[in-house]
Design a protein around this ligand. Structure first.
Ligand code: G3I
Length: 469
């Protein structure tokens, strides 16, 4: 059932929508909103949007969207042009949608849906049943009334947006870190059955939306992700409608990259559900440094590589932008710089890393830089059952290098075992090799080659893009 479109539009909503539709970088300039400078330059960005690059792989790149920033035309311009999917950051949560029992407020959620529809984007519904941002009246209900209230909420909200939502986070964050169920009004009243009850109610209300369970700290194989795995397996066995698992992806460079992300996504896919990275950001302890940004870029690229390597990974959604609008600084003291755009809407190194991991060109930089006339190429001179030797050549023509690094992503699970004439590290699917002490200098017209052995199973495709730094 599609919702009635009888809501009046405010002039401001129209302006924001128009700005989002017109402000495709390089094609037009958005009308300035109140407080925005008319001559603000459009930010540099890669020729193809992140979502266009992802579409070439049959996937999407999305973002959390917040109506509180819709009067910022730089925000709506990027939101409308770079992404193919949006997730309401707060607008569809219980405390907004049903703040008092039976009183539904769809205004903020509708603005998200309207924005998405005007920009040809799909919408992820976030979220129907969650212990947080839950109004006090739910927590105060007698245990015997919680199921009715939960099913009514799911039925009303999923029904209202039926046809507008590609995938719902029907249940959000049901687990503790050790894999036990988190206590919540829902778990306390129904035990683990609350998940099945919520999914069945959502299916009845919107039979076409993909129905997901979403959680954080389930990127790698661990107790929490295994609990999610077992839950999905059991729900499937019981015939409960479950289509997808959302892996939030709130990463921090100081905690390391979950190198088994791909393997973990694949085990969910093998259960017969889709997976997606639903809330990606990569924070760091401030201040920012070049090294931290390089690590952050690597993490973002690793996530893209992992999604590209898993057929049932439908896409990657970043949890907002630019850095100044991120939830991170308000929650993690002294941490930040977690998104792909800086506070002035300049795409960061991590943006280019995402674009390159998706097979695109890096965005335009400030001008020619060191090593711009240098290139890296990849060859596999020997391959045998399960193993291979590869050679990477760094060559310069019109420029020179004093120190270099080459990185790439493996799309088919290859693992590097040992390297010579370079120091190589593999993190997840991403490999980075830096020069050995004796071969950092590559003169104009010169070349150096390093080699390594690796393992493969199935296929051993050549990496689509090599990034020379
Ligand atoms: O809207 C009110 C405003 O009226 C009030 O003046 C202000 C005072 O604090 O609060 C505003 O509400 C805040 C809301 O964001 C909108 O900005 C809430 O306090 C604040 O708690 C809320 O934070 C959100 C958080 O979820 C709540 O748990 C973040 O924006 C949002 O990014 C974050 O998103 C979650 C996902 O839903 C689930 N996964 C983790 C992720 C990060 O925590």
């Amino acid at each position: 059932m599609r919702r009635l479109r009888s809501r009046p539009r405010t002039p401001r909503a129209l302006l924001a929508a128009l700005a989002g539709a017109l402000c495709l970088y390089g094609l037009g300039t958005a009308a300035p909103a109140q407080g925005a400078a008319a001559d603000t330059p459009a930010p540099a960005t890669a020729a193809a949007s992140l979502n266009q690059l992802a579409q070439a792989h049959g996937k999407f790149v999305g973002s959390a969207a917040a109506t509180s920033h819709f009067s910022d035309t730089q925000y709506t311009g990027i939101l409308g042009s770079e992404f193919g999917q949006v997730t309401a950051e707060n607008e569809m949560k219980w405390d907004t949608v049903e703040p008092s029992r039976g009183q539904f407020n769809y205004g903020p959620g509708d603005r998200i849906v309207d924005f998405a529809q005007q920009n040809g984007q799909s919408v992820r519904g976030h979220t129907l049943v969650w212990h947080s941002q839950l109004p006090g009246w739910v927590s105060g209900l007698p245990s015997g009334e919680v199921r009715t209230a939960m099913e009514n909420h799911v039925t009303q909200v999923a029904g209202r947006y039926a046809g507008d939502i590609a995938a719902w986070d029907v249940v959000n964050e049901p687990f503790n870190e050790d894999g036990t169920f988190r206590t919540s009004p829902f778990y306390n009243a129904m035990g683990r059955d609350f998940v099945a009850h919520a999914l069945r109610a959502a299916k009845a209300a919107d039979p076409n939306a993909k129905l997901c369970i979403n959680d954080y700290n389930i990127e790698g194989v661990n107790a929490k992700s295994t609990a999610m795995y077992n839950l999905v397996r059991d729900l499937k066995a019981q015939g409960v409608p479950i289509d997808c698992v959302g892996i939030q992806g709130h990463l921090a460079i100081q905690y390391g990259f979950p190198s088994d992300l791909r393997q973990n996504m694949q085990r969910f896919a093998d259960l017969g559900v889709d997976v997606a990275i639903t809330e990606l950001d990569v924070r760091m302890q401030l201040p920012v440094s070049a090294q931290k940004e390089a690590t952050q870029s690597q993490y973002y690229a690793n996530v893209i590589d992992a999604c590209l390597a898993v057929t049932r990974c439908t896409g990657v959604t970043v949890w907002g932008f630019p850095d100044k609008y991120s939830w991170v600084p308000g929650v993690f003291d002294g941490e930040g710089s977690a998104t792909l755009w800086n506070d002035s809407y300049q795409p960061k190194q991590a943006y280019n890393a995402v674009a390159e991991a998706l097979g695109g060109d890096p965005g335009p930089g400030p001008g020619p830089g060191p090593g711009d006339g240098c290139d890296a190429s990849y060859a596999v001179p020997q391959e045998w059952n399960g193993g291979f030797t590869a050679a990477v050549t760094v060559s310069c023509d019109g420029d020179s290098l004093s120190g270099w690094s080459v990185s790439w992503g493996y799309a088919a699970g290859q693992r590097l075992t040992n390297a010579w004439n370079a120091t190589c590290q593999q993190s997840g699917t991403r490999v980075t090799c830096t020069n050995a002490p004796h071969n950092g200098n590559v003169p104009d017209g010169g070349a150096v080659t390093f080699g390594f052995n690796g393992t493969w199973t199935g296929t051993n495709p050549t990496p689509a893009t090599l990034t020379l730094g």
